[in-house]
Design a protein. Sequence first.
Length: 63
Amino acid sequence: MIETKTKHPDVIYREGKPAAVILNIDDYEELLEQIEDTEDIAYLQELRRNRMEFISLEDLLKE
């Protein structure tokens, strides 16, 4: 297993171009959380743009 001693990601190059990144697992998990948060915010913004309709529990149970 490769262990990095620095806090910074290591970039792997193929044919002179960046191809992969090695980063600390904590940093990776934080990035995933940020992506999920961004997706959640975008979803909530989309919901708020549309008019919401509600049905009462009583009406729902009648159906």
